[in-house]
Design a protein. Structure first.
Length: 193
């Protein structure tokens, strides 16, 4: 997948005009890129469109239009676009109740390293987590992590040929496993070369 450039972005004025339709298109796209793993964790698989939306929203929010500022946003979000042999994911630990979330984050230190994906007939793949910065302390983990699943050529071929895919977490404090729905697998297959 190619990285975003300034040519892929709308001006602030143009984005204001098309924002409702653009966001509706992105939300429909994202529906096939989210995978819940049990009741309190989810993988949000990123791609160029999800990152374009993120950049557009940041530019809008911060009123950034100078070329240097736009490039800074691109430099922040382009690393989250998969490059054809991996999946890049925003991993979220999701508890609505603040007290329950605080307790869970203290119990789930290291959970981001125990997330896995597995194509049928292939080994599990664990992620490289939080390449940009450490997101946990000795007391707790973060609710949001950024993961990269590097996939072998065999896994890429299996997924592109329609093999079933499972994902899970094997942390002592959170053990869940789920089969990826076909529409999610098909969307993610499009990220692979």
């Amino acid at each position: 997948m190619s990285k975003l450039t300034r040519d892929n972005l709308y001006s602030l004025e143009k984005y204001a005009a098309i924002r409702p339709d653009f966001r509706a298109r992105v939300m429909a796209h994202k529906a096939n890129r989210r995978l819940a793993i049990g009741p309190h964790a989810a993988l949000y698989f990123e791609d160029a469109l999800t990152m374009q939306c993120q950049v557009q929203e940041m530019l809008r929010l911060e009123r950034i239009f100078e070329p240097e500022g736009v490039q800074e946003e691109l430099d922040v979000y382009n690393p989250l676009i998969p490059d054809g042999s991996n999946w890049k994911v925003t991993f979220m630990v999701e508890y609505e109740d603040e007290g329950e979330r605080r307790t869970a984050l203290a119990r789930l230190i290291g959970i981001e390293k125990r997330v896995w994906v597995q194509a049928e007939g292939c080994d599990k793949v664990y992620p490289i987590a939080n390449e940009d910065m450490e997101r946990e302390t000795e007391d707790k983990t973060a609710a949001v992590h950024f993961l990269r699943f590097d996939l072998t050529p065999e896994i890429v071929a299996a997924v592109k040929q329609g093999a079933s895919v499972r994902a899970g977490i094997d942390h002592p404090g959170y053990r869940e496993e789920v089969k990826m729905p076909p529409q999610v697998r098909d969307s993610l297959a499009g990220d692979l070369h």
